[in-house]
Each structure stands twice: as structure tokens, then as C-alpha cells.
Design a binder for this molecule. Structure first.
Ligand code: ACO
Length: 320
């Protein structure tokens, strides 16, 4: 500790670089470059906000789930997403930011959340497809984050990924059930697949050539793969799953490329992505308005907790 405190900035930087290069974790009390801290706060906050906003599209079907079993599963899943948000806010707090401040930034549109949660859930098949494709994409993106260089984020990801993997399977299982049902149910599954496929590919972020953060985040080992690498992995994983399910992915350019050992696929509509990320997606306004209202309605809980904490502190002070 004393030895570290005596090091100059250049030596601290060298020590940090060496640890990252050796794949050792950076912990909250370790010295870190300010830009590394800022990048982590940006990414972890955006990730936490996505988990919290992501409760809304699925919460939309809680009161209309087709059976008690489906309702119990959906309720548990939506609660899991809230838990993921909380682990992630805690990880962000270990970097010296306050979660109240992060919430303010979300509801004032000063921080982002994932584009995917700005699309509507029109039928119950959307719930299955969110589990299959959206949580499937989340797993693809987040399993490598279990090895990210910042300790608290990496550890939070281990549990998140285990739960996401259950979410993915429950979605796929519910789609399998629907595909074994009536023609109308099969059409619902196809229609939901058609609407969620391209937005799921956009979850991985802009193409590598247009991604301002990837290069530095890879050097810091925050990101372990580029956006395009993970998008390709997701496509390769999803095609056989779609075949087993009996749905067609809505991309005429999707073909196996034996030379590359991967599927070739079409280009997502990046102008749509930009629009959604800039607040112009189909549900952006509704999602933020709801989050803002929930925050305002929770004011009494925060006030009560603060009053209780002050009372406890005063009692302890008196007892001294
Ligand atoms: N939705 C909204 N914004 C996005 C998305 C997206 N799908 N993809 C990229 N962006 C934003 C980035 O946040 C960045 O904006 P900013 O600099 O203002 O923060 C900008 O677009 C450029 O993108 P990149 O340079 O590629 O950004 P980055 O290196 O952070 O990569 C990625 C983006 C892949 C999403 C990364 O942040 C990541 O892996 N995050 C953790 C996972 C996550 O947040 N998942 C949320 C959805 S999954 C779920 O909640 C179930």
C-alpha cells in the first residue's frame, strides 16, 4: 500500500497496463486511468439502465399471460431483470458514482439504454422471441464480459449470464409449444421473429468501422470481442435454432459460407438504429415517461428510508 502510494503517475500507469496485459482484474481501490473509469461508468450505467427499462416490454404481458404457469415464469423473469439492474448499479457505484445520479441521467436522456427495448411487444409470441433472440443476443454479448478487466463488473456478469441462459431457454420452450399449436400460433411466432430479428442484430452496436469506443475498450480488455465478431457469433448460433423451431429468419442474404465457416448475412438498417438510439424509436417516449413516473412515485420510499437512517444515526449518537 505504502509502496503504491509512493509511485508517480507514469509508474502507476505502467502497473495498471501490466495487470491488464496479464489478465489480472482491476479492483475498485486500484489506481486506474480516469478515461478507463469513465468508460466503465458509461458502459455499466447503460447496461444497468437497459435491464431496468427492459422490464417494461415484458411487463406489458404479465396480466395477459395465457396460463398461470406462463405468468409465474414471466413474473420471475421480469424480477430477475430488476436484480440484474441492481447488481450493475452496485458495480457502477464501486467506481465512485451515485445510483441516484445515474437514474437522473437516464430519465433526463443524458445516458443511453439498449435500442432493443424501444420496440413494442404486440403478441404473447413476442415474449417467447424476446427470450430466444434478445436474451440470446445478451448472452452472446455478456458471456465474454465475465472476463472483463474490471472485477466488480466481471463478477456481476457471472450471475447475470446464468439467469439469462434460463431466460433464453424458457423463451425457446414457449415458442416450441406455440409451433406445435394452431396455424394462427405458428403465424404469431413467425411474425414476432420477423419483427425482432433485425433489432436483435442491432443490439451488438454499430459496425466496427463506426464504433468509436471498441478499439480502446479492447485494449483495456473491457470488451473482449468487437461488435461485428459478436454479431456474427449470434447469427451462426441462431440459424440452426430457427431451423429446429421451424421459422424463417427474415433475411434473403442469409447463406452458409463454407470458405469463411460462418453464415453471410444482410446489413441491418443502420439509419433505423441511429434513429432509435437518438430517441426516435417506436416506444422511446413511452419507456422514459414510465420510468420517470415510477421514479417520482417512489419518492416517498426514498424519503422514508432517509428519515429512518437519520433517526437511527441520532439514536446511536445519543447512546454514545
Ligand atoms: N443501443 C443503444 N446504444 C448503443 C447500442 C445499442 N444497441 N450499441 C451501441 N450504442 C451506443 C454506445 O453506447 C455508444 O454511445 P456512447 O458513446 O454515447 O455511450 C455508441 O452507440 C457507439 O457504440 P460503440 O462505440 O460500439 O460503444 P461500446 O463500445 O460501448 O459498445 C455495446 C456497445 C456493445 C452495447 C457495449 O457497451 C456493451 O457490450 N455493453 C454491455 C451490454 C449491454 O449494455 N447490454 C444491454 C442490452 S442486453 C440486456 O439488457 C438484456
Amino acid at each position: 500500500m505504502t509502496a503504491m502510494a509512493e509511485l508517480g503517475e507514469a509508474e502507476l500507469q505502467q502497473h495498471f497496463d501490466d495487470r491488464v496485459a496479464k489478465d489480472q482484474r482491476i479492483e475498485p481501490r486500484d489506481w486506474m486511468p480516469e478515461a478507463y473509469r469513465k468508460t466503465l461508468v458509461r458502459q455499466i450505467a447503460q447496461h444497468a439502465h437497459s435491464e431496468i427499462i427492459g422490464m417494461q416490454p415484458e411487463g406489458n404481458w404479465l396480466t395477459r399471460a395465457p396460463s398461470l404457469r406462463r405468468k409465474a415464469i414471466l413474473l420471475a423473469k421480469v424480477q430477475d431483470e430488476a436484480g440484474h439492474g441492481l447488481y450493475l448499479y452496485s458495480a457502477a457505484e464501486s467506481l465512485g458514482v451515485d445510483r441516484g445520479e445515474l437514474t437522473e441521467k437516464l430519465i433526463d436522456s443524458r445516458q443511453k439504454y439498449s435500442s432493443i427495448f424501444n420496440y413494442p411487444t404486440l403478441t404473447f409470441a413476442d415474449i417467447g422471441v424476446i427470450g430466444w433472440l434478445v436474451d440470446g443476443a445478451a448472452i452472446c454479448n455478456q458471456v465474454p464480459l465475465c472476463r472483463t478487466s474490471y472485477g466488480p463488473y466481471a463478477r456481476a456478469m457471472v450471475r447475470v449470464c446464468k439467469e439469462e441462459s434460463f431466460h433464453q431457454r424458457q423463451g425457446y420452450e414457449s415458442l416450441m409449444t406455440m409451433m406445435g399449436g394452431t396455424d394462427e400460433q405458428r403465424e404469431m411466432v413467425q411474425d414476432a421473429t420477423d419483427r425482432w430479428w433485425w433489432p436483435s442484430l442491432m443490439m451488438f452496436g454499430p459496425p466496427d468501422g463506426d464504433s468509436p469506443n471498441t478499439q480502446q475498450s479492447m485494449a483495456w480488455r473491457i470488451k473482449r470481442h468487437t461488435n461485428d465478431e459478436l454479431r456474427q457469433k449470434f447469427v451462426d448460433m441462431s440459424v440452426p435454432q430457427a431451423e429446429a423451431l421451424g421459422v424463417t429468419l427474415p433475411d434473403p442474404e442469409l447463406h452458409w459460407n463454407a470458405e469463411r465457416g460462418h453464415y453471410d448475412f444482410g446489413e441491418p438498417d443502420w439509419s433505423e438504429f441511429k434513429q432509435v438510439v437518438s430517441g426516435q424509436g417506436p416506444c422511446n417516449e413511452q419507456r422514459l415517461a414510465r420510468r420517470r413516473r415510477a421514479h417520482e412515485e417512489g419518492q416517498w420510499v426514498r424519503d422514508a428510508a432517509a428519515a429512518y437512517a437519520a433517526k437511527q444515526a441520532a439514536t446511536e449518537e445519543e447512546a454514545r
